[in-house]
Design a protein around this ligand. Structure first.
Ligand code: CP
Length: 306
């Protein structure tokens, strides 16, 4: 049993290993029995100050499968933020209309701030380049489902490791599970020291590469990421690295039979479409797993599952 009732989820480090594993177990139950109408008395708000397809729609789908109500906005353009309303006032107002707020915001630290001013729990749906804890939970779910375990795996992360909030959260969580990390990126997009410190503190190994191909045969999970043009202060720097890593089907020939290719999506060109029909491609099922995991998280935070 865990008690995450009424607690915000801002960073994956807010949860213990036991709490993470419990959410994954509850999500497994939702995968088997998705339409449990336990949320009929509840309203969830989704406030997206930054674009999203998977995170927002899977949260809204999760709430609707559970029989709950949804309010919110998909873009700040249709909110009073355009009139100059502050984040604090927005959160205090929306907390009057909902039991739980799911928020994505381009500013690092905005979710923590929102959680400090909000009378209802906040779920961070991505804050700038900082954290994406619910993506992390669905990534862990996908890894456990495909590999049968979370411990002692070789996890290769490829692409934008500097600005990629999904890999930051995932490294912190996997540091609880004796992972060996392989970080592949251009020099300018290396994993930040603050994240690598988590690996060191856990007494685990990480290896850094700029070449992509040598890592593929070692990997149990190949976690591809998009080079995120929108996060670069200098567009010319983006142009230099935007096509640094492109995975195609032929490159998977010498990979482990059990390898799965994950990607938080959206992809641009870092996974060639010829990979999509390879049984090792798992990124669309990974996105589907997001609904079960978000159902579990909402139900646990609202005290409906423990
Ligand atoms: N993985 C993810 O966060 O996708 P969206 O940006 O579409 O929500």
């Amino acid at each position: 049993m865990i008690n995450i009732k009424n607690r915000s989820l801002v960073s994956i480090t807010d949860y213990s290993k036991e709490e993470i594993l419990r959410i994954l177990d509850i999500a497994e139950d939702f995968e088997v029995n998705q339409r449990q109408k336990i949320l009929s008395d509840y309203v969830v708000a989704t406030l997206f100050f930054e674009p999203s397809t998977r995170t927002r729609l899977s949260f809204e789908s999760a709430v609707q499968y559970l029989g709950g109500g949804i309010v919110g906005f998909a873009s700040p353009d249709v909110s009073s933020v355009t009139k100059g309303e502050s984040l604090k006032d927005t959160i205090l107002t929306v907390s009057n209309y909902s039991d739980l707020i799911v928020m994505r915001n381009p500013m690092d630290g905005s979710a923590r701030y929102a959680s400090e001013v909000s009378p209802v729990p906040i779920i961070n749906a991505g804050d700038g380049a900082n954290q994406h804890p619910t993506q992390c939970l669905l990534d862990l779910y996908s890894i456990r489902k495909t590999q049968g375990k979370l411990d002692h795996l070789n996890i290769a992360m490829v692409g934008d490791l500097k600005y990629g909030r999904t890999v930051h959260s995932l490294v912190q969580a996997l540091s609880l599970f004796n992972t060996t990390f392989h970080f592949v990126s251009p020099e300018s997009l290396k994993m930040p020291s603050s994240v690598k410190t988590w690996v060191k503190k856990a007494g685990l190994e990480y290896h850094q590469y700029t070449d992509f191909k040598e890592v593929i045969p070692k990997a149990d999970i190949l976690y591809m990421t998009r080079i995120q043009g929108e996060r670069f202060p200098d567009p010319l720097e983006y142009e230099k690295v935007k096509n640094a890593y492109i995975l195609d089907n032929a490159m998977l020939e010498n990979s482990k039979d059990s390898l799965k290719v994950l990607h938080p999506l959206p992809r641009v060109n870092e996974i060639n479409e010829d990979v999509d029909d390879n049984p090792k491609a798992y990124y669309f099922q990974q996105a589907q797993n997001g609904v079960y995991v978000r159902q579990a998280l909402i139900a646990a935070i609202l005290g409906l599952k423990e």
